[in-house]
Write a protein that binds this ligand. Structure first.
Ligand code: AMP
Ligand code: GLY
Length: 406
């Protein structure tokens, strides 16, 4: 089968990398892809949101499956357009993607499904969290501990759009849990943790994600299937009952509170950079599993998970998350790979044969090992070998977990 991966980040590189290893996959294509993906297959200069051109491309290359990475094309209905054109797609319809695209829709579904969530507050009172309703690329969530922060948050959401929600501020460790879904059946993937703040010790502004690791020892081995049964399954059932069946990766962002897990959000896609730590641990044919999901045929599919541990560090532009960088030469990727690290491209380009920066998050370096400590050491050793002007990365990815795991 030929698979077309839609998107251009580190998540899409990791998906393309795993799909290229799948026995069911003969050729990997990407739109628009990136220089890392270009080493695995053919990249086509088509934007992820351009449904018309993607459909034409899928037909031209005879794609047996299209895998859509980012949320924007999903929320915009690119899956629907491809499906109407007779193409098998791993990725939800626009209607089901509202689980990420609209906080209100998500709350409504979660309440109907009876999953534990952060309670909505009818009056703005600190401590609380103020969230803009639509997609705001991680910039629409404001934690408010003081009145001043609350007032600033209310002003900020007013400039982003008209709708917002206020909810209780939860405390605890965060966890990302993904499941592959075919509309009714769910298949759990290994859990991971993501680091959304830019600075060490969870300081500074929110980002798309500065690092990740898997497994998460605080969760306890084998517990991820329980979480998926308690959280993903009822949501998938509720979406199906509402005639908006979910086909794709359903991502639950959870907080492990003293009162048990609570859902902070659902996303309608694989997480970035969690995917870069999860997929190296998945064994079996990912292409077959995603195709089965796209065809509503996941019931018999299994994917086993290796004992390997993975730690992913995002190397970002010096001005990220406010800014991005373009055109700075990148050195040392081959050296990092020679150490055994996986280097996923997130915001790179090739100019005159030279790999250069082109984005906010530039590369994701994943270290693997028998323990999280070993994976972490290997990831950071590899990071030290990669350089570009202004590169910044967090030094504390998986640090606490190494302590927990002992
Ligand atoms: P969201 O886009 O809703 O996932 O929010 C982004 C980030 O804000 C989450 O990953 C959490 O770190 C944080 N967050 C969101 N909602 C809450 C909440 N109710 N209590 C505490 N932290 C939250
Ligand atoms: N790592 C956070 C996200 O993918 O939304």
């Amino acid at each position: 089968m030929r698979v077309l991966v839609v998107g251009s980040g580190g998540r899409e590189h990791a998906l393309a990398w795993k799909l290229a290893q799948s026995p069911s996959v003969d050729e990997v294509h990407a739109a628009p892809g990136n220089p890392g993906i270009a080493m695995l297959g053919q990249c086509h200069p088509i934007r992820a949101e351009d449904g018309d051109s993607l459909l034409e491309l899928a037909r031209t290359i005879g794609a047996g499956l299209v895998v859509i990475g980012p949320e924007a094309p999903l929320v915009a209905g690119v899956s629907d357009q491809l499906r109407r054109g007779g193409v098998a797609v791993f990725g939800p319809s626009a209607a089901a993607a509202q689980i990420e695209g609209s906080k209100r829709f998500a709350k409504d579904v979660m309440r109907a499904a009876g999953v534990p969530i952060a309670e909505t507050m009818s009056v703005a009172r600190v401590p609380c969290v103020v969230k803009a309703d639509g997609l705001a690329a991680g910039k629409g969530v404001f934690m408010c501990h003081t009145r001043e922060e609350l007032e600033a948050a209310l002003r900020a959401v007013a400039t982003l759009g008209d709708q917002f929600v206020i909810e209780e501020l939860l405390e605890g460790e965060e966890l990302s849990v993904f499941a592959i879904v075919d509309g009714s059946n769910v298949l759990a993937l290994p859990e991971s943790r993501d680091y959304s703040r830019v600075g060490d010790g969870d300081t500074g502004p929110n980002t798309g994600g500065m690092g990740s690791y898997s497994p998460v020892p605080e969760l306890g081995a084998g517990r991820v299937a329980e979480l998926v049964d308690a959280i993903h399954r009822p949501v998938v059932e509720t979406l199906a009952e509402r005639d908006t069946p979910f086909i794709g990766c359903l991502y639950a962002g959870l907080m492990l509170t003293d009162d048990g897990p609570r859902v902070l959000e659902f996303n309608c896609r694989f997480g970035d950079p969690e995917t870069q730590a999860i997929l190296p641990r998945v064994e079996g044919d990912l292409g077959e599993a995603l195709l089965a999901a796209a065809q509503g045929d996941l019931a018999e599919v299994e994917l086993s998970v290796s004992e390997t541990c993975a730690v992913t560090v995002a190397l970002a532009a010096g001005t990220y998350p406010e800014g991005r960088d373009a055109g700075s030469p990148i050195a040392g990727v081959e050296d990092a790979e020679a150490l055994g690290a996986l280097v996923f491209h997130a915001g790179t380009a090739v100019r005159d044969g030279q790999l250069v920066t082109s984005g906010g998050r530039i590369l994701n370096v994943t270290g693997l090992g028998d323990t999280l400590e070993q994976a972490r050491t290997r990831a950071y050793e590899a990071c030290e070998l990669v350089s570009f002007e202004g590169a910044r990365f967090r030094r504390d990815i998986a640090e606490k977990a190494v302590g927990v795991a002992g």
